[in-house]
Design a protein around this ligand. Structure first.
Ligand code: SF4
Length: 389
């Protein structure tokens, strides 16, 4: 059963001057249809403007039974399949490390992997079946999913359950490896993966390898082969670049990166400000320390673009802990993203009882958070491992 989001949340979202902000939000729906320019109020407030009824992409929640109990989820909730395969890169800005750090713990303390394939896939299929009424989009992430021996079977399960808008995020290391008789990139295209997000911190291969701590760095030829096979198979590739001081750190650097993407035949690029970890992260956390020293603020870049005729504004997207602007540069969709992990907990407190996103963890448990020990939903199948933490 569908139901609208709670408008009473507005007073929590905009405690300072609700009238002024609400008038700005009321323009958002129109702005999403044919926006001439970004709404400055939304740009200033970002995720703080998140309101299911007024500013979200879904505009509604969905109530459905989950393993025998009614739950309410955001209507455009995403299901992340979090691969248990350890990542082969060592990015000093690693989001996988930052997520547990934002809750005061560490990846080593909280990540456990269900080792029995039959238990793992039994749970995955049960999750996909149970989430049918919600019909979430699905993204595969990691760790490093392209190196995961379970990836082909995972892809087949998603295809068999006709999951909506399937995406994978990877550093690309294993995409040309052969698994179960075919290259991993071909498994992606043949099972209907719609978007391939390739993390690439810099156009130059050596600098990219150094920044991401990758011993096994994709060569330019490998990258071209992957991109061609993706395109031929109907999977749209997107390059993902973090904004880092001394690397891609200004509009000129962004345009250089876009020229690299264009030369590779890629028409979709995302630039990300390093994530805010929120107040829960320990002050001595190394990822936090790196971010504080190397983060490039997105706002000045967006201000420059707004007056640069080479860029055309497309839309703003307000998420529950992220804010996105989409622009067009020549034939390329250029996405800018800022996220604050601290907002995840804040939004949970402000909108209690509403599941904002879903994560299927490597321990074969579905939770409503990025922590395997928090917001556990199920499934509780016989012989499954116990939840860590
Ligand atoms: S590629 Fe992704 S998961 Fe791997 S170290 Fe870098 S940010 Fe972390």
């Amino acid at each position: 059963m569908d139901m609208n989001g709670n408008r009473g949340q507005e007073k929590n979202l905009h405690p300072g001057s609700p009238g002024r902000h609400i008038s700005a939000f009321s323009r958002v729906r129109k702005a999403q249809i044919a926006p001439p320019a970004p709404d400055p109020a939304l740009r200033r407030l970002k995720f703080r403007a998140f309101d299911i009824a007024r500013t979200s992409t879904a505009g509604r929640t969905v109530r459905f039974p989950l393993w025998g109990r009614p739950v309410t989820a955001y209507g455009n909730a995403n299901l992340s399949i979090y691969s248990g395969q350890a990542c082969n890169a060592k990015c000093p800005f690693c989001v996988e490390d930052l997520r547990p750090a934002s809750r005061g713990t560490s990846l080593a303390c909280q990540k456990t992997v269900e080792g029995d394939d039959e238990v793992y896939f039994g749970a995955l299929k049960e999750v996909l079946r149970a989430l049918r009424p919600l019909n979430p989009s699905v993204s595969i992430t990691g760790g490093e999913p392209s190196l995961d021996p379970r990836l082909p079977r995972t892809l087949r399960a998603l295809e068999a359950h006709r999951m909506r808008k399937r995406t994978i995020t990877t550093n690309g290391s294993g995409l040309l490896d052969v698994r179960e008789g075919r290259p991993v990139i071909d498994w992606l295209t043949s099972t209907g993966i719609r978007h391939l997000n390739l993390s690439r911190a810099h156009p130059d291969p050596a600098r990219n390898g150094r920044l991401m701590g990758l011993e096994r760095n994709l060569t330019p030829d490998d990258l071209v082969r992957i991109l061609r096979r993706a395109s031929a198979g109907g999977t749209r590739a997107r390059l993902s670049c973090v904004l880092l001081k001394g690397e891609t750190d200004c509009l000129g650097g962004i345009i250089e990166y876009l020229a690299f993407a264009e030369a590779m035949g890629v028409d979709n690029v995302v630039f990300r400000q390093l994530m805010h970890p929120g107040p829960g992260a320990p002050a001595n956390d190394p990822v936090l320390g790196f971010s504080e020293s190397n983060a490039v603020k997105l706002d000045p870049v967006l201000e420059q673009m707004t007056v640069d005729p080479r860029f055309t504004f497309i839309k703003q997207v307000v998420g529950y802990y992220y804010y996105v602007e989409v622009w067009k540069y020549r034939s390329i969709d250029v996405v800018f993203e800022e996220a604050d992990l601290g907002r995840i907990e804040l939004t949970r407190r402000m909108m209690p009882g509403i599941i904002q996103e879903l994560v299927f963890h490597p321990n074969a448990r579905l939770t409503s958070t990025w922590q395997p020990w928090d917001g556990v939903l199920g499934p509780f199948l016989e012989n499954s491992v116990s939840v860590s933490g």
